[in-house]
Design a protein around this ligand. Sequence first.
Ligand SMILES: [Zn+2]
Length: 141
Amino acid sequence: MEQPYIYILDPYPQQAPEQTRLYPFFQFLRDGRLTTSRCKKCGTLPWPPRVVCPECMSDELEWADLPREGKIYVYTVQETGLPPGYDPPVVFAVIDLANGVRLLSVIEDSEISEIKNGADVELIVKKVPQDRVMPAFRLKR
Ligand SMILES: [Zn+2]
């Protein structure tokens, strides 16, 4: 029997306009675009996206595309203690995108034995409960 989804332990952000000002991030992600906020005043390109610039506190931000490809800086494989919705093993990786943005994500749809530091990866759109999406990566094909 399928286990019910445990909402009280939900690890995924809500993604609708009435729930988050960052909802465009998830809309773009559905189209296969990885985006973040860029400050119109000082040009800062933070990760993750913000509603206020962390450098100059301006709220005049625009959406900017990030590279869909990068390299694994370092990774780890987690076998136990995972949040609901994750089937072990899960590969967490720090990824350096081609423009220098460094982010934490998961590696999926890949042979674990082929994952290594420095490996090329590409964005995939991970479907999670309640028709939501999260960014993930796989080894580049
Ligand atoms: Zn700024």
